[in-house]
Design a protein around this ligand. Structure first.
Ligand SMILES: C[S@@+](CC[C@H](N)C(=O)[O-])C[C@H]1O[C@@H](n2cnc3c(N)ncnc32)[C@H](O)[C@@H]1O
Length: 274
């Protein structure tokens, strides 16, 4: 398991990520003492439909002032949004040291470090007591995790009774082969896709109640189609997911789009209550 996690960390590794983001801000003549969350949102929300979908997920429950854990937080964009716009106290945990370093520095940059905490760690061994978070949130992470039972049981363990689990995920729908690279995996050895029904089964077994579920597949396809035509016209954005994925951005996103279109994969968001 240690070597799998190392390989996953390497898959996401982009050294000097924070410095790269700073350089790109400078290239756009954005003063570093006046950086807004929207200036970095193209890079710090690493999932289909970026900041827009995080906002929709946040609005699916009343979460003002709550204590939120983001499992597999990446660069921490959603934590900063929840801290800034919903007055949440947020904690993000992620396997990647470089992402956590960048997440902490980005929070300092936009003056949200007093309401966001980022720590390096494994989603399947959460370093928290039982029943401590009002909300547990995760977006596009479980595809890297073979032990789904442990992943969801840890989420359930740290969630308070009466608390909410919010997710937005890529799930397997068909039974065909999936082509790689994908944004979360350079090859099949790093990818552990499973189906929505299987996820539901785990969560219901743990005693959680499904409150809401939305199929986001078509919205995701529409988003990608617009993105592709914009890329053709204007080229890569100054602050997009290309900052994280570099030259591999195009093949990864095109493979994901193709499988959403053929129906092998689907995008689902939802809310469960403990
Ligand atoms: C596609 S990114 C999504 C990041 C973030 N949730 C977002 O939407 O912006 C997947 C993230 O999951 C993290 N991850 C993968 N396996 C993990 C694990 N076992 N424990 C913690 N984080 C993990 C990766 O390091 C990466 O940051």
């Amino acid at each position: 398991m240690k070597s799998l996690n190392k390989n996953i960390e390497n898959h996401y590794l982009k050294e000097g990520l924070y410095e790269e983001i700073i350089n790109r801000l400078k290239e756009q003549n954005i003063a570093l003492n006046n950086v807004k969350r929207s200036d970095i949102a193209g890079a710090d929300e690493f999932h289909v439909r970026g900041a827009t979908v995080s906002k929709e997920l946040a609005n699916s429950i009343e979460l003002n002032g709550l204590n939120v854990l983001d499992v597999g937080c990446g660069l921490g964009g959603p934590c900063r949004m929840l801290a800034d716009e919903y007055n949440c106290q947020t904690t993000g945990i992620d396997l990647s040291n470089e992402y956590i370093r960048t997440a902490n520095k980005l929070s300092e940059l936009v003056n949200l470090n007093n309401k966001t905490t980022f720590i390096q760690g494994n989603a399947t061994e959460l370093p928290f007591e039982d029943n401590v978070f009002d909300v547990v949130w995760t977006q596009h992470v479980q595809m890297n995790i073979p032990d789904k039972k442990k992943f969801y049981s840890e989420i359930n363990r740290v969630l308070k009774t009466g608390g909410y689990f919010l997710f937005y995920d890529i799930l397997k729908k068909g039974n065909g082969e999936v082509n790689y690279p994908m944004p979360w995996a350079s090859n099949a050895n790093l990818s552990f896709l499973f189906k929505t029904e299987e996820m539901d089964e785990f969560l219901i077994k743990f005693g959680l109640t499904k409150i809401q579920s939305t199929n986001q597949t078509q919205t995701g396809i529409d988003f990608f189609d617009t993105l592709v035509s914009r890329l053709k016209e204007f080229g890569p954005p100054k602050m997009g997911l290309n900052v994280l994925m570099g030259e591999t951005t195009k093949p990864k996103l095109m493979n994901l789009l193709a499988h959403l279109k053929t129906g092998e994969l689907e995008l689902i968001s939802g809310v469960y209550k403990k």
